[in-house]
Design a protein around this ligand. Structure first.
Ligand code: RAM
Length: 907
């Protein structure tokens, strides 16, 4: 763009879509960031809403929230528990409740009304939420299960093996039910039924946790499932992470167990409580004879228990349940939504192998499982499915990178004829499925790929004129959602699947443009705190199913960066407040054990997964490519001190600030004395990572920035021929770093490369997700997943902030105010992006076409934007509604826009 001189005439078009009247509306009502949530545990739930108008420049000036115990009361304004009154405030997200004390279990109704610069809204529709049980006093239920390994082959050693438990409890409902609520936790995972119907579509519930500290339970309104007189509550219990997949290093906490409390309120005001206790029956001799997240599920239809989940079933052969010990952690209402089936795929091809097996191709590396819609089985002849991400050259499954994970689902028919089936307690990461045990060629429609991840909205779309970028975005999209399972995991396929911190340190920001991941990440930060050692060490895998206290810095940084992301992206300051003390403890611990002469010495993983010198290696052995651990630890620790300064300000811990700043400046001085070569303006051995971390994290002495940057560019262009040379650490800063110092063209070259090493090279080699290694096609399979997201670094942030110009203004959080300053790399002619922020959907689409420039922008209600374009474009001064201000500086023109739709044209 800088090469083309546009004369931009700015035409403002306000799309008066459906231009009936001038009504201002308030909608998208949320409590604790969810619509009508059940089981809220905070005593001060926070309210959010969005406002819209057909006219531009909509601003909230005041709001009024009302809360009552019933819809009728709220409508009439009677017995209000909270009437905020008219509060003169522009804020429309996360406003905390300050009314009368809320009671556990109760349902509350709320509405909001807003005064804007365009007039008042009507009262919003009425939404509701329910409160959780009181922590301990609320529970009368006991943990129950079957406290034995009672089937052949079962073991809690090595590769664990255990059948699912089936539990049942008949109960009567004497009257007409007004409200029935099920509070339930089944560890590791449960599926609950009332009278044969699932209580929800959630799968693999509840969310994972560090059980010795925290145990989550779910809350479901089951009123409609209860029938008059006799009822049956049935629960299937799987192993999940509680009865872990491996005895070591993954932990086995104990045998599965259930806690359930069904509270019924009748129309006459009387109540009943059905709880898990010794009156329940259990069997582990059901059809799910094994379920293990790494190894798969085995289903023996000959052992089916037809009707076990209905009242009429005869359970005389079942045992009385055992009372089990509590897992230990605090019982807490789950704050984040559970996993669900979020999409379905039909396979694209079936091939027959010479040995009679079939290979299904899903056309996409996905995470979930295969649902068999209809297959013709033979009695006693198992149908076996194995899962893999890639194929060998001979068309068989490539299983070498799965390590000890057996990834095998088996269904054994009880009779000849059609059957359908899907597993209950496992998932796989796969594109290809090998099917054996069939005597005929099945059809594509016999199978459905069920794609699973945490229930959340897709918030971002992104498309450009460049096909490589588009496919990278698509691969990222599949990779990110494929690795959300109550925690962000490293990978979904091999015998690992852990919440590795380092993989998400910066990635979490980019992900937050594409997915509404706020509740997932705030829950994961709690897992990190729950996994912290008494000394303050952070486990680089959290929840610490693998306990690894390295006392290094680069992986634990995700704890701090994640909290900052939630604040910046969603406006949620709670995580910073909640975790401030434990973050501080960690920083102190690191000073004690790792800091020598103001250099942080401990580091475990280096610049993990940088491209090695030879393509079959996993890690480079060449010292000139490796960045010193102390460089990584020290620069990142320095960034944490600066973050803590911001956090201290936010949380009122201002007395800590001087200490952080003093330490930071000593570290900067020591670091530069030790690693900075002032003559050549390079750090240590001059890796791109060493230089870019120093530059972006603010350690470069004033005046040397350009020279350090020049070294980065030279190294990238000359030594690596315009390719990436960094691993997981450097890549967190590379794209933004190159761009903010003025070389967006080099960033663009890196992202559009199709040769090694690059994201495009992965695509060139058939990737439909992002690889763990730049050389994932040639490296040792010992650590080579085809579905990791850590190498995305800051790429998605760059897509949104720099290519689309969707960026927070430095003074703003949650995009209340944007600074839209798209960059125009040579060769890119079109970018179309959208992001559903907490205030509403932001859109940016620009196009360069035959010498003209077009930019469509949408700014949601109650937010605003400053757009900044280079002066050389000769932008003419715009006028019109929604334009708040125009400023010209020496090099740029800045236009301040209120909410609305705008079309800019340059000629
Ligand atoms: C691998 C994981 C993860 C990484 C660690 C250090 O085993 O897959 O991606 O964070 O190592």
């Amino acid at each position: 763009m800088k090469h083309i001189h546009f004369l931009i005439g700015l035409i403002l078009v306000i799309f008066m879509a459906g231009c009936q009247g001038t009504a201002v509306r308030v909608d998208s009502l949320k409590v604790e960031m969810q619509e009508n949530p059940q089981g809220v545990s905070t005593s001060t739930p926070r309210f959010s809403w969005q406002i819209t108008s057909v006219k531009p420049d909509l601003r909230q000036e005041a709001y009024q929230i009302q809360v009552a115990g019933s819809e009728q009361d709220l409508e009439k304004g009677n017995n209000l528990l909270w009437d905020s009154g008219i509060v003169a405030d522009a804020e429309s997200i996360l406003i905390p409740y300050t009314g009368e004390t809320l009671s556990p279990r109760e349902v509350y109704y709320w509405r909001v009304k807003v005064t804007t610069n365009q007039g008042e809204t009507a009262w919003s529709k009425i939404n509701h939420w329910s409160m959780a049980l009181p922590d301990i006093a609320g529970w009368q239920a006991k943990w129950i299960g079957e406290n034995a390994l009672s089937n052949p082959g079962e073991t809690d050693k090595g590769n664990t093996r255990l059948a699912a438990r089936y539990l049942r409890k008949p109960f009567d409902s004497k009257q007409k039910v007004k409200r029935a609520v099920l509070y339930i936790s089944g560890q590791g995972a449960y599926q609950a039924y009332i009278n044969g119907k699932r209580v929800s579509d959630d799968v693999l519930a509840p969310t994972v946790s560090w059980y010795p500290e925290k145990v989550y339970y779910n809350v479901y309104d089951v009123t409609s499932l209860i029938q008059r007189d006799s009822n049956l509550l049935g629960v299937k219990l799987g192993n999940g992470r509680y009865f872990g997949m491996r005895e070591s290093p993954t932990q086995v906490f104990g045998l599965p167990r259930l806690l359930a409390q069904l509270e019924i309120e009748y129309s006459d005001g009387s109540t009943d409580v059905i709880v898990s206790d010794e009156s329940w029956k259990v069997t582990s001799r059901g059809p799910i004879i094994a379920n293990n997240e790494f190894d798969g599920e085995e289903y023996d239809a000959r052992m089916e228990l037809p009707g076990w989940d209905k009242i009429s079933y005869d359970d005389t052969t079942w045992k009385q349940v055992d009372i089990m010990s509590a897992p230990g952690g605090t019982l807490t209402a789950q704050p984040n939504p559970n996993i669900r089936v979020q999409e379905e795929l039909t396979p694209v091809a079936i091939t027959k192998l010479t040995d009679g097996k079939f290979i299904l191709d899903m056309g996409q590396n996905m995470v979930g499982w295969i649902k068999i819609n209809r297959l013709n089985g033979k009695k006693d002849q198992p149908v076996t499915m194995r899962f893999a991400e890639m194929l060998n050259p001979d068309g068989t499954l490539y299983m070498a990178n799965l390590r000890s994970a057996k990834v095998t689902d088996i269904y054994t028919p009880s009779k000849d004829g059609d059957f359908s089936w899907e597993p209950s307690f496992v998932f796989h990461g796969f594109r290809f499925v090998e099917i054996s045990g069939l005597d005929y060629q099945p059809e594509l429609s016999d199978f459905t790929g069920r794609v699973i991840y945490d229930q959340m909205e897709t918030t971002g779309q992104f498309e450009t004129s460049d096909e490589t970028i588009n496919q990278i975005f698509k691969n990222a999209y599949w990779g990110i959602r494929g690795n959300y399972r109550g925690m962000p995991t490293d990978c979904p396929q091999r015998d690992e699947r852990q919440g590795w911190l380092g993989d998400r340190a910066t990635g979490c920001f980019g992900e937050a443009f594409v997915f509404d991941n706020a509740l997932l990440y705030s829950k994961w930060l709690q897992d990190i705190e729950d996994s912290q050692s008494p000394e303050g060490s952070i486990s680089v895998v959290s929840p610490r199913y693998w306990t690894i206290f390295n006392d290094d810095v680069t992986w634990p940084a995700a704890y701090f960066y994640g909290a900052k992301m939630l604040w910046l992206q969603f406006g949620d300051t709670e995580p910073v407040k909640r975790h401030y003390p434990s973050m501080k403890r960690y920083l102190e611990r690191i000073q004690q054990v790792s800091m020598q002469d103001y250099i942080l010495t401990k580091d475990t993983y280096g610049d993990w997964c940088m491209p090695p010198e030879s393509q079959e290696l996993i890690h480079s052995k060449d010292p000139s490519r490796k960045t010193a651990g102390a460089v990584l630890s020290t620069t990142v620790y320095y960034s944490l001190l600066n973050l803590m300064t911001e956090f201290a300000q936010l949380t009122g811990n201002t007395k800590d600030i001087a200490g952080y700043q003093e330490l930071a400046s000593k570290i900067k001085e020591a670091y530069n004395a030790r690693f900075f070569n002032t003559d050549s303006a390079l750090y240590d051995n001059n890796t791109v990572t060493a230089n870019i971390l120093s530059l972006r994290l603010g350690l470069v002495p004033e005046g040397y920035e350009q020279k350090v940057f020049d070294n980065i560019v030279r190294k990238t262009e000359v030594d690596f021929n315009g390719h990436v040379s960094t691993g997981v650490l450097g890549i967190q800063h590379l794209m933004r770093g190159l761009t903010e110092q003025g070389n967006v063209d080099l960033a663009y070259r890196i992202v559009t490369n199709r040769t090694y090493p690059s994201w495009g090279y992965m695509i060139e080699n058939g990737a439909t997700t992002i690889w763990e290694l730049w050389n994932g096609d040639t490296a040792d399979p010992a650590m080579n997943s085809a579905n990791h997201v850590m190498l995305l670094g800051d790429l998605l942030i760059w897509f949104y902030e720099d290519l689309a110009g969707i960026k927070n203004h430095p003074e703003s959080t949650a995009y209340k105010k944007l600074l839209m300053e798209p960059k125009f790399p040579e060769g890119l002619s079109h970018v179309k992006a959208s992001y559903k922020s907490v205030y509403g959907e932001i859109k940016s689409e620009w196009k360069k076409e035959n010498g003209t420039f077009h930019w469509n922008i949408t700014i949601p209600g109650n937010s605003s934007a400053i757009i900044r374009l280079p002066k050389e474009l000769n932008v003419s001064t715009p006028t019109g509604k929604g334009i708040r201000n125009v400023t010209e500086t020496e090099n740029s023109i800045e236009i301040e826009l209120g909410s609305g739709n705008y079309h800019l044209t340059g000629i």
